[in-house]
Design a protein around this ligand. Sequence first.
Ligand code: ADP
Ligand code: ASP
Ligand code: MG
Length: 399
Amino acid sequence: MVQKYGGTSLQDTDRIKNTARRIKGYRQKGHEMIVVVSAMGKTTNNLISLAREISDSPPKRELDVLLATGEQISIALLSIALNEIGVDTISLTGAQCGIRTSNLHSNARIEDIDTARLKAEFKAGKVVIVAGFQGINEKGDITTLGRGGSDTTAVALAAAMKAPKCEIYTDVDGVYATDPRVVPQALKLDRISYDEMLEMARLGAQVLHPRSVELAKNHQVPLEVRSSLNFNPGTQIIGEINMEDIRISGITSEKNIARISIARVPDKPGIAYRLFKRLSENEISIDMILQNLNHENANDISFTTPTEALGEALPIVEGFAADIEAQEVIVKENVCKISLVGTGILGHGEVAATFFETLSNLGINIEMISTSETKISCLIDGKDSDTATRTLHRIFFEK
Ligand code: ADP
Ligand code: ASP
Ligand code: MG
């Protein structure tokens, strides 16, 4: 059995002791167990702030060395807590557990897991406590998997060990139609398919790391999201969707986005290519893109990027705009992408119409739109995010 406990389940030593008692309960039922843990409470954020007090752009390798310590504290303390109540355990860092990743610091992908050590510890009768969110690359350096990446460690271990199930314990009772911290009466989902959950996670439903859902789908690992604070049934993430059916799964909002616009770009072939090539060469992630013909022989091009990438992106865009003699570069920070996720949405025009109508009734301006078979997304002002989420939940789920 693979279980993962998030930061809130390990916020302080009382929570750690409580988590240890829960694990002991499962252990007493005879399960062989791998327990993956995140850093305590807000540790990861605090570590990032410490680095930023010293440097605006800390080397990513060193940042990984720093952030990986958060999970290392958790494995040791949880292991101590379990030993204290008579459970035989061993704590392992990502590297000790054989988790090999790609080289990309701060956003590495798990490439394979050497399970020899894990199997040996099982044989010795131990509950194995593994540091989530980290691994080791081919150079032997510590890497991290991106924010929220402990979920991915758990699913990858479940897949490698062919565990029948992977349970993700967090601070809410499961997956809801939208963030229950924004909409307290949000509808809890009993089950959701891998594809629907993947779309929700990619579009900002923080409850699961997108890559964990992708891995669970590829290896057919049944996932359950549950609370570590009670014994309520959670949400099952399993199975296929039927693309013929229309089914709205949820509403997500992705914050901390910036919009960059270049005004009056010459209307010539190759401009978009050169801009986005330059950005991709610098590993700047781009999301929504919009080009419109506003003026004679000139276009405006806008795109979005995470706020944290703005510092790197802006000089590149400004340099490019000067090269092509565009008029100006305009930046808007604090925009958000609000999305309605579901299947068969594009085939049902009334869903899109209702989505736009709801925003319009709230007087919210839509700055960009993008659609696919499984979602409609609008870029809106960040300050309107919560109001829009609450109202959309009411319209689509509280009928
Ligand atoms: P953990 O530390 O356990 O990994 P996270 O903060 O990463 O916890 O994820 C849990 C949080 O995800 C919840 O507290 C909730 O506010 C947020 N969340 C956002 N969207 C959803 C959703 N659709 N369903 C459930 N939780 C959501
Ligand atoms: N501690 C890491 C983070 O905050 C990983 C995780 O919690 O999953 O992002
Ligand atoms: Mg998380």
